[in-house]
Design a protein around this ligand. Structure first.
Ligand code: FAD
Length: 624
């Protein structure tokens, strides 16, 4: 056949994992094929059209720092941007954007179509070509055979997908799309551990049928936050508000009265759902004492009237969904454009993967995204990027790149998955990262872009922008350290107005920036002080954060260094964790269940803090 059928990397599935995987491999110079059911659904958001949020924006910024697509696509498509936890410390601050789903898909497709070395082909994959214990390619549903050195599987919720609305169910990969049943059967014949998970989505509403006067308005932030390190406000389309509504006792009565018609409570669904994104029936059941739950009414785009009521994901029958929606103030006449539903699908135990996301049983086969038991676009995109780049490294004959837990949320995500597995859809939180003071969303570029450049993921334009920013930060830090304010000077008088006590000796501007009362802006334009400060707000932010948190950051770095020195210290197989004083019961349980062999392994278990590792070290010294 005169058609290109031999590639370096084949990526199967054009969702969030697959698109980042394909782009990464192609950016690294590999001839890459992206095989997907439908080119029209490349980059489709199956559920909520929103990117980012706590823990998740950290992943988006890391994808971006490594040259990925998600951050820039969000800047092209975002119609409402907010910074969550804005008043808390920088480690837990998170950017969240409501996206126009049509614009988001268009941005992703544009990047894919314009990426050199990348070929798109629309066709479902039914089979893998496996030779002994090595994958060699894929076979489409019409029997076209494509060969490659490596294959990355990113099939999302489609493997053995079953959609539930009330007690009715039918097969599907998500609403309107077919499941991937032949491929699911093929994978079940391979030696991977497989299980079922479920997730759900709310009904969508027609904005024309809502009474907006009854809903609280929630505008985005001003100035508008930006997602990508290469992004800017100029890329953003028109910005709009979300609205807030509330469930009430009547809503909860309707749900309670119909729980026997819910597939989750009648036992029809076996898969476990996402704990942190529960259905409304789950919330009402689990938190029976709560009289009301908040619902964010979010626009699906600028050119559509459809709205996404975030907080009432449900698989109740359609007639009950209608009653539930119409019991809510402002939604009394709501028209449902699409019913909510739950979907159950196959996922593979991520403990059968290596840190590179290559499978342990089949060489050169990588898994990324929801197939590994995660939930969320950001978690999928991050894994896709990692699997794509490691597939490309394999093609080049180079060692895999596996970020450490103190380097990236991506490292935390993969390490959690492959060390502990997951019993429920795994989503990222800042609390999962023990080194979260180092892993901030504001410094993902400083942590990762240099590595991205070395791997071949970061193009010249991104590298130039990054280098300019890094040099500006260093130059400004040097200027602040070398610029002094004398006591009783005009500048000191200006600063004294903000300080609890007047300055009584000379201070450098860098020392003054460490003071909680002073921000970077207070140190610019002081009388008699030379230098103008920097205009770039991201440079100013970085200088300020590094100055204010240096003490904490140094302490965390010292903990990492200490742990590294003791990495190989063995933990006795008979260690009774219940007798280790100072550990919380949760950490004792986790250690007892995982039985790590070394201190380093113990420190990698999600929730086992550096402080807990220090306690273990002291305990071991006492035992000797
Ligand atoms: P997907 O986005 O599912 O993409 C898979 C892609 O692979 C699709 O393009 C598909 O056509 C293609 N494909 C599959 N099989 C084949 C094949 N054999 N051959 C060719 N192409 C194939 N996430 C949250 O964070 N919160 C939520 O509340 C939430 N709710 C959800 C509700 C529903 C109903 C669904 C369906 C998903 C929900 N998600 C939610 C999950 C979110 O959509 C996923 O985490 C994310 O899309 C996973 O990305 P992915 O790339 O792994 O897979």
């Amino acid at each position: 056949m005169d058609y290109p059928n031999r590639f370096d990397v084949i990526v199967i599935g054009g969702g969030h994992a697959g698109t980042e995987a394909a782009l990464a491999a192609a950016r690294m110079g590999c001839q890459t094929l992206l095989l997907t059911h439908n080119i029209e659904t490349l980059g489709q958001m199956s559920c909520n059209p929103a990117i980012g949020g706590i823990g998740k924006s950290h992943l988006v910024k890391e994808i971006d720092a490594l040259g990925g697509a998600m951050g820039l696509a969000t800047d092209h498509a975002g119609i409402q941007f907010r910074v969550l936890n804005a008043r808390k410390g920088p480690a837990v601050r998170a950017t969240r954007a409501q996206a126009d789903r049509v614009r988001y898909k268009a941005a992703i497709r544009g990047m894919l179509e314009n990426q050199p070395n990348l070929t798109l082909f629309q066709q479902g994959v039914d089979d893998l070509i496996v030779d002994g214990d090595t994958v060699r390619g894929a076979v489409t549903q019409t029997g076209i055979r494509f060969h490659a050195d490596t294959v990355v599987l990113c099939t999302g919720t489609f493997l053995g997908g079953v959609i539930h609305i009330g007690l009715d169910s039918h097969t599907g990969g998500r609403a309107g799309d077919p499941p991937a049943n032949a491929l699911a059967q093929r994978l079940r014949a391979l030696p991977f551990r497989v299980d079922r998970l479920k997730t759900g989505t709310p009904p969508r509403l027609d904005a024309k049928s809502l009474d907006f006067s009854q809903l609280e308005e929630q505008p985005g932030d001003t100035p508008t936050p930006v997602m990508s390190y290469l992004g800017s406000r100029d890329l953003h389309p028109r910005q709009v508000s979300c609205r807030i509504a509330h469930t009430n006792e009547r809503t909860h009565e309707i749900i309670f009265a119909n729980l026997d018609r819910s597939p989750m409570y009648s036992g029809t669904i076996e898969g476990v759902g996402p704990r942190y994104c529960p259905s409304i029936e789950d919330k009402v059941h689990r938190f029976a004492d709560k009289a009301s739950h908040q619902i964010f009414i979010e626009p699906e785009g600028l050119e559509t009237h459809e709205l996404y009521p975030n907080g009432i994901s449900t698989s109740l029958p359609f007639d009950v969904q209608l009653q539930v929606v119409r019991s809510i103030k402002g939604l009394e006449n709501a028209h449902i454009t699409r019913p909510g539903y739950a979907i159950e699908y196959d996922f593979f135990d991520p403990r059968d993967l290596k840190h590179s996301l290559e499978t342990r049983f089949i060489h050169n086969l990588f898994f990324a995204g929801q197939i590994n038991g995660t939930t969320g676009y950001e978690e999928a995109g991050a894994q896709g990027l990692l699997a794509g780049l490691n597939a490309a490294l394999r093609v080049r004959g180079e060692d895999a790149w596996c970020p450490r837990r103190d380097e990236a949320y991506l490292g935390v995500l993969v390490d959690d998955l492959i060390t502990l597995g997951t019993q429920e859809p795994y989503r990222m939180f800042t609390s999962r990262a023990e080194y979260r003071l180092l892993l901030r969303e504001d410094n993902a570029d400083l942590r990762l872009t240099e590595t991205g450049r070395r791997l071949g993921l970061v193009d010249d334009a991104r590298w130039a922008a990054f280098s300019t920013k890094r040099e500006a930060i260093e130059a400004e830090q040097a200027r602040l350290a070398a610029t002094w304010v004398q006591p009783r000077s005009a500048a000191a008088e200006q600063l004294n107005a903000r300080l609890p006590k007047p300055l009584n000796r000379e201070y450098s501007l860098l020392e003054l920036l460490k003071r909680p009362e002073l921000g970077y802006g207070d140190l610019v334009g002081l009388d008699g002080i030379e230098g103008t400060g920097v205009d770039d707000e991201t440079v100013a932010e970085q200088v300020q954060i590094q100055a204010k948190y240096q003490g904490y950051i140094d302490r965390q770095q010292a903990e990492i260094d200490k742990l590294k020195r003791h990495e190989a210290t063995p933990l006795p197989a008979d260690l009774d964790y219940s007798r280790v004083e100072g550990l919380s019961n949760e950490i004792r349980d986790k250690l007892a269940a995982a039985r790590p062999e070394t201190l380093a392994q113990a420190g990698r278990i999600s929730g086992v803090t550096p402080a807990a590792v220090s306690i273990l070290l002291i305990h071991l010294k006492k035992r000797r």
